[in-house]
Write a protein that binds this ligand. Sequence first.
Ligand SMILES: [Fe+2]
Length: 346
Amino acid sequence: MKKMAALAYEKGAHFMQFTGDMINGYLSSKEAQHLEYFNWKKSIEPFWHYMPFYIGMGNHEVLGIVFRDENGKRGAFIDGFPYETQSAEVVFAEAFVNPENGPESEDNNKYDPDLEQADFPSYKENVFYYTHGNVAMVVLNSNYWFAPSISKQTATSGGLHGYIMDNQLEWLRQTIRQLENDRDIDHIFVTQHTPAFPNGGHSKDDMWYHGDNSKRPYVAGKPVDKGIIERRDEYLDILANESQKVVGILTGDEHNYNWLKLTPEVPIYPDGYPHEKLRFSRPIYQINNGAAGAPYYGQEVLPWSAFTQSFSVENALCLFYVSGEQITMKVYNPDTLNLIDEVELR
Ligand SMILES: [Fe+2]
C-alpha cells in the first residue's frame, strides 16, 4: 500500500479511490478490526496528509457474529449487532472519514419486518458520492449487511456478497439522474468492490455465482424477489441506459488487473437463462484492479473471456488522466515502476 500511495503521489494524483479489502478482517472483535485498520492507515499515512483517500467496503471488512458447532466448526456468520455499535458498517465509519451524502439504510424497504425500529446497519460513510473538477465518483457497498454464510446456508438472514440491495439501488438511480443534470459534470465513475463480471478467482460469487440466479439476500428469514444476476442487470441498466456520463465501473476483489468493454456482443448469461435480458444502448467499461499486493489469482474461462483485455497479475496502480472530454488510463506496477497498460477511455 505504501508503494501504491507513493507512486500515486509521485504521479501527481489529486485523490485516490480504494474500494475494499484493506484488511484481512473476518473478525468478531471490534478492537481487533480497528487495529487492522490502523495498520492499513499507517502504511499510507505519509501521503494522505497531502491528498484525499476515499475508501469503500469489501468482503474483508466484514465484522460479525460467528456461530460454531460443538466441534468448533464455523457455521453461520452474520453482521455484528446492535448495528449502531457492533456492525462492520459502524466500525468502518469510525475508522475512516468519507462523505455522508448516501442513503440511510435498508430500513423501510419492502421486506422490512418492523417499520418502527432500525433493523439494518447504516449506509453512512460506506455509500456516498463526491466530485472533483468535471468528474463524479459514486461509491457503492456490494458487501452491505454482509453475512458470509448466506450464499451456502440460509438459516439466518443477511446480505449477499456482490448484491446491491433495493434502497441502495434506488439511491444510485437518483444520484445518477442528479449528476446527469449537473452541467459541471462530464464523467461519472461508479465503484463497488465486486466485479459484475469476475475473471479470475471469484466466478463462484461476485455478481455471477457460476450463473446461479437463485443467490440473493434474506430478510426476516425470507429471500428477496430478485436474484443476483437480475440485480446485476438492473444495476448495469441504470449505468448504461439511464446515463450518458457513466464511463464505467471500477471494481476489485479479484487479485488481478483487467478491463472489459461491455457491448451487446459480450455474452453475459448462463445457458437457458429464463429472465429478461439486458441490452446495452451504449458501451461502458468494467475496470478491475485487485492487484495492490494480495497473492495473485490467475484467469478463469467465463462466457465473456474473449472480451477481457490486458489481464495481468502484476501489482497495479490505475491512474486516470482527465482532460476535458478526454480520459486516458495508465496502469503502472508500483513495485517495478513499469507501464503495464495504457487505454483511451474517452
Ligand atoms: Fe474481496
